[in-house]
Ligand binder design. Structure first.
Ligand code: NDP
Length: 419
């Protein structure tokens, strides 16, 4: 019998829970535990009548390792799926170690308060040493490798779409199509329209911090950092059409640069419309994207958290969003002495996702891979002691599961390359 503890109950968690409930053979019991237990209860009430998976709920503060450890010890899950926020990665990893449980997440650790002097000293040393200034990186979680190895536990990091599926696509291309991969371009296109002048498709704080930061890419063994949104390209996406896209820093670049031998360049592009960029620039210019607390009418508030209150809840975008996403990777390299180009991508339709699980495609394309990662750990197909990203396992069972659980992919030979 397998039992999964799911932490967080936002947009991504909701999809992951729906998918676990469709897959009762593997997920016989799940517990949804989050800060606001009423959200967990509402999801249970909706899904319990339609599934054989036994659902329970709990309230937990995932910033508190002792509280988490006690919850894990009392529920005794086979694994914990963290779909709360990247801020909670380390406390949840600590609790899994303390309680002896496998750990799975969808995004790498990020500090909530980037003004904390202890965190900043480590961060600034890393910026100098590695040459990129993103607030998130794998070093914090890779540092758990030995402890997970010794405990005989698996930590599977970043099993969303990007990171997650994009790294599985890379492992699949390396296994079946290339002798050497030389370049990887990860393209994340959201052709969806929610009808609001401005809204983010997942947690606004995490999203806006990511896209307002400098871009960077990996080339010839080192990071190259560029000002935010300064590298622009146009690309014709299957199922969506022509879109503007911009180079961003993204976490899977770090893992792929380490794990794909001989790779010369890795870039990540995301599509944005002009209106989104204008809103974001304006919010940034007036200080609304700051994570540093300010005093307002006698109390401390964090501007970006206040902004999150004003923006539409990403979970509410589902019914209004129309159009498709197309996310995938373009590879170049060598096979049997010949140059080769390949594109692997998934197209996902916002309205189809909504009909199936009442969420838009951005939550769907993250929540489905979260369920798949948890399934592969629980069934032992992806289980080995240590801390790993999704490119470090056999990609085949994951690729099969994508086809089966709602994210079918296409392999295109000889695609148009990004200049
Ligand atoms: P949401 O903001 O919708 O949900 C976050 C959930 O975590 C909420 O239920 C929230 O509780 C809960 N939470 C936050 N803090 C705590 C805490 N201290 N204790 C307990 N619960 C807490 O975020 P999303 O669902 O959009 O994103 C979830 C994760 O998925 C994030 O880590 C995000 O970075 C990642 N992600 C990964 C992607 C990928 O492709 N790899 C793409 C998109 C997202 P409450 O309801 O009380 O606010």
């Amino acid at each position: 019998m397998s039992r999964l503890l799911i932490i967080g109950c936002g947009g991504v968690a909701s999809v992951a829970v729906h998918k676990c409930c469709q897959n009762s053979e593997v997920f016989e019991e799940i517990m949804i535990a989050s800060r606001t237990v009423s959200k967990c209860d509402a999801l249970k009430e909706k899904l319990q009548p339609q599934t054989r998976t036994k659902i329970t709920t709990a309230q937990v503060d995932a910033d508190n390792t002792d509280e988490l450890t006690a919850l894990i010890r009392s529920y005794q899950p086979d694994a914990v799926l963290n779909v709360a926020l990247p801020y909670q990665d380390l406390t949840i990893m600590d609790a899994c170690l303390a309680a002896g449980t496998h750990y799975i997440d969808t995004a790498n650790y990020e500090a909530e308060n980037t003004d904390d002097p202890g965190w900043r000293a480590v961060y600034e040393e890393r910026c100098k040493r590695l040459g990129f200034t993103a607030y998130f990186d794998y070093s914090w979680q890779w540092a758990y490798r030995e402890r997970y190895e010794k405990a005989g536990l698996t930590a599977l990091l970043g099993t969303g779409f990007d990171p997650g599926v994009t790294s599985v696509f890379t492992a699949y291309a390396a296994k079946h199509y290339f002798d050497e991969i030389h370049t990887i371009d990860i393209l994340d296109c959201n052709g969806g329209d929610h009808g609001y002048p401005f809204a983010t498709n997942f947690n606004p704080e995490i999203n806006l911090r990511e896209v307002s930061a400098p871009g960077s890419y990996w080339e010839d063994g080192k990071w190259v950092e560029v000002p935010p949104m300064s590298i622009h390209r146009e690309y014709e996406f299957a199922g969506v059409g022509k879109k503007d896209m911009y180079l961003l820093h993204h976490e899977e670049i770090e893992a792929l640069a380490r794990n794909i031998p001989g790779v010369k360049r890795i870039r990540f592009f995301m599509t944005f419309g002009q209106s989104y960029l204008t809103h974001m620039k304006c919010l940034e210019n007036v200080g609304m994207l700051s994570t540093a607390p300010v005093t307002f009418q006698g109390r401390q508030i964090v501007p970006i958290q206040f902004l999150k209150e004003l923006l539409p809840d990403p979970a509410s975008l589902g019914p209004r969003t129309v159009g498709k996403t197309n996310i995938g990777c373009i590879f170049t390299g060598i096979k049997e002495g010949r140059e080769k180009k390949l594109y692997i991508y998934n197209i996902c339709d916002h309205q189809e996702c909504y009909r199936e699980v009442q969420s838009q495609a951005v939550s769907y394309t993250t929540g489905v891979p979260a369920m798949i990662g948890a399934m592969l750990v629980l069934t032992g197909k992806w289980k080995k002691p240590g801390v790993f990203t999704t490119d470090e396992f056999d990609p085949d069972p994951y690729m099969d599961a994508l086809n089966r659980w709602g994210l079918p992919w296409t392999v295109e030979e000889d695609p148009e390359l990004v200049p």
